[in-house]
Design a protein around this ligand. Structure first.
Ligand code: SAH
Length: 451
């Protein structure tokens, strides 16, 4: 087999990123947009030692699991990997992915894995969107999404995962750029002003945040833009974020207020949260409620416990737990998020929470070594790369009765669960929650008890 070969094959499996897998004489090929059950024609892109990649050219016989995707751009856009798969089968795929990783990476023979909690309406669920600005081939300013694995922009203001306000906001910004002759940022030359826009909506409150990420310190005639944007119901916060670096990181460090306030407020369950542009906030509020309720349930609180919430962001889980705990300590590395967390504790009248700014793998060992802190329950919710080994080791030394591990990456979750179980814990429950319908991603809440 070699590059550019045209092959006919049947797809028999799915990879962790939602790609179809088919075998030719026992040699597996990964093929984006192909689904189990499809018989396809594919063109070989790359051949490695034990596997290869191919491009879907034509579907000869469609899989019975295939549906008509709602978005016409689903193949070219890098956002939704499995939109053509029926939602029921998406949930099955995610369950099997988590199970496979717990077995293979975690070494759990028969993991206690519950069915995935899905959504009734698996579209328009995202409260946050980040759109890049650029130019199309004719030099027109466009916004949309990056094509998968590239930085070329596919013009689209109507993403079916997002809120309807996105479209209105983007139209206003594009019109404004044209009228005021404001150039989009060009990654190659480093010139141009407007890089991205971050849009967030509080689903419970209706409040809207628009943050423009710019390669400079001001936007000419920005007050006029503010006038247009604030005609949209719910507009609460318009800010600028300065990013003059030539990097892939979207946001810089400084926030400049243009109109309204620098944050929006949202509510999950009975807790209110104030959210700044630079703070992490879960993108799917409907599913987040299920996620946090499960975490609270697993924490098994009676009102007396000392709880540590590591990687706490704006204190979302911390405050959920504080309603039923003796004392909660949160640890978070982003300063603005810690500011938000402290304000959020006050906003909800919760005085039994305290927040530390710093890395979990530094704050926890330091507090444990120097101040002999203890914990009845430790909750962790790290980014995709999982927990640092120093953090896991300290958690094990602290001997909490229960550990609740919330994770957005089941591979690093399985790796870390293995370490915790070798350190004296038993895996009691894994609850997957579908926070990201139409994509290959899946979130999990897990409970570990001390043996
Ligand atoms: N529990 C929160 C946030 C989870 S996202 C929620 O549900 O909303 C993960 C968070 O970990 C982010 O806020 C990120 O800024 C923070 N983070 C990343 N690396 C960290 C580290 N080494 N130590 C502490 N926090 C970290």
């Amino acid at each position: 087999m070699k590059k550019n070969d045209l092959l006919t094959l049947k797809i028999t499996g799915m990879g962790n990123e939602g790609e179809g897998i088919g075998k030719v004489d026992g040699f597996p090929l990964f093929i984006k947009d192909a689904l189990p059950g499809d018989v396809i024609q594919a063109k070989v892109l790359k051949v490695k030692k034990t596997y290869g990649y191919a491009r879907l050219m034509e579907i000869l016989t469609p899989s019975p699991e295939r549906i008509e995707p709602l978005c016409p751009l689903h193949r070219s856009c890098g956002g939704c990997q499995i939109q053509a798969l029926s939602y029921e089968k998406q949930l099955k795929f995610k369950w099997e992915k988590v199970q496979g990783q717990l077995i293979r990476i975690g070494g759990f023979a028969d993991p206690p894995l519950f069915p995935v909690l899905g959504m009734d309406e698996p579209f328009h669920y995202r409260n946050k969107a980040q759109f890049p600005f650029g130019r199309d081939r004719d030099g027109r300013t466009v916004t949309g999404f990056y094509a998968s694995r590239t930085h070329s922009i596919i013009s689209n203001t109507d993403c079916i995962l997002g809120v309807p306000e996105n479209q209105k906001i983007l139209k206003i910004i594009l019109d404004f750029m044209e009228k005021e002759k404001i150039a989009p940022y060009d990654e190659m030359s480093g010139e141009g002003l407007l890089r991205h826009v971050l849009i967030r909506k509080g689903f419970a409150t209706g409040e809207l945040m628009v943050c423009l990420i710019i390669n400079g310190y001001e936007i000419p005639a920005v007050e006029r833009l503010a006038d247009y944007l604030f005609e949209i119901t719910g507009m609460t916060s318009l800010t600028l974020n300065v990013n003059r670096k030539n990097t892939n990181v979207i946001m810089g460090e400084d926030i400049i207020l243009v109109r309204g306030q620098t944050f929006i407020t949202d509510q999950i369950g009975s807790v209110q949260y104030q959210i700044s542009p630079l703070s992490f906030y879960q993108v799917n509020p409907v599913q987040t409620k299920k996620l946090y309720e499960t975490a609270l349930d697993y924490a098994g609180l009676t009102g007396r416990e000392i709880v540590w919430d590591l990687y706490c962001g704006i204190g979302t889980i911390s405050l959920f737990l504080a309603q039923r705990a003796g004392k909660v300590y949160g640890v978070e590395v982003v300063p603005q998020a810690v500011d938000d967390a402290r304000k959020n504790a006050r906003l909800n009248g919760l005085s039994n929470v305290e927040f530390y700014l710093g890395k979990a793998e530094e704050v926890l060992p330091k507090q444990y070594g120097r101040n002999g802190i203890r914990a009845d329950v430790i909750v962790v919710d790290p980014p995709r790369k999982g927990c640092d080994k120093a953090c896991l080791d300290t958690m094990i030394s602290m001997k909490p009765e229960r550990i609740v591990y919330v994770s957005c990456d089941s591979a690093t979750l399985a790796r870390d669960l293995k370490i915790l179980c070798e350190g004296g814990y038993e895996l009691k429950a894994v609850q997957p929650v579908d926070m990201f319908p139409q994509t290959a991603g899946v979130e999990n809440v897990t409970l570990l008890n001390r043996k």
